[in-house]
Design a protein around this ligand. Structure first.
Ligand SMILES: [Cu+2]
Ligand SMILES: [Zn+2]
Length: 195
């Protein structure tokens, strides 16, 4: 056990040093996102990351997204505005690149386990980015809160790590059936999950 603890400590020091160097390099850069790491009261690593969603496909849909990891669980909280009333899909797509006016630069659904598109938790399979649908009222706002232990923030496990991916909000509804992306229509808002 002592060995394992010492290894963990060594890794922490290396990680902390790497973070410091990164901070120095980016001190003068304008940062859209921030990641904070703290220890919570149970002495578990807690990480937090937040970023904005920008309008795409000539929409006026914007939003804020926060990811927080506590122990093995990651919670996403997304607040959107400027949407049409009704049901909209929200997914994690594979690249943190929102540069295209229609958001297609973010690629397809994030699917590191090579499963079919589907409803989260479905036995027939689903993508790690298949968050699902949410409802929007007449005021054009919507909120999504989603918690899972199948994601992590910066753990380096390709089947779980959300870093470098993107959040996409769609004009339409995910039917959970159509391949490869649920026929959810155009991409109306996009934000990269980056430090
Ligand atoms: Cu999508
Ligand atoms: Zn999917």
């Amino acid at each position: 056990m002592k060995h394992i603890k010492l290894m963990a400590l060594a890794f922490s020091i290396i990680f902390a040093t790497a973070c410091k160097e990164n901070n120095k390099e980016s001190e003068n850069m304008e940062m859209e996102t921030e990641m904070e790491e703290t220890m919570n009261k149970d002495n578990e690593m807690s990480k937090e990351l937040s970023f904005n969603l920008s309008p795409k496909s000539d929409s006026s849909v914007s939003g804020q997204v926060m990811f927080r990891q506590n122990g093995d669980e990651v919670t996403m909280t997304a607040n959107m505005s400027g949407l049409t009333a009704g049901t909209h899909a929200i997914h994690i797509h594979e690249k943190a690149d929102c540069s295209a006016t229609d958001g297609t630069s973010a690629g397809g659904h994030w699917n590191p386990t090579a499963e079919p598109h589907g409803k989260w938790g479905d036995e027939a399979g689903y993508h790690k980015g298949d968050i699902g649908n949410f409802e929007v009222g007449d005021d054009g706002t919507g909120m999504v809160q989603f918690t899972t232990d199948q994601w992590c923030i910066g753990c380096g496990d390709d089947t779980k790590d959300i870093m470098g991916k993107a959040i996409i909000v769609h004009e339409g509804t995910d039917d959970f059936t159509s391949q490869p992306s649920g026929a959810a229509g155009s991409r109306v808002s996009c934000g990269g999950i980056i430090e």
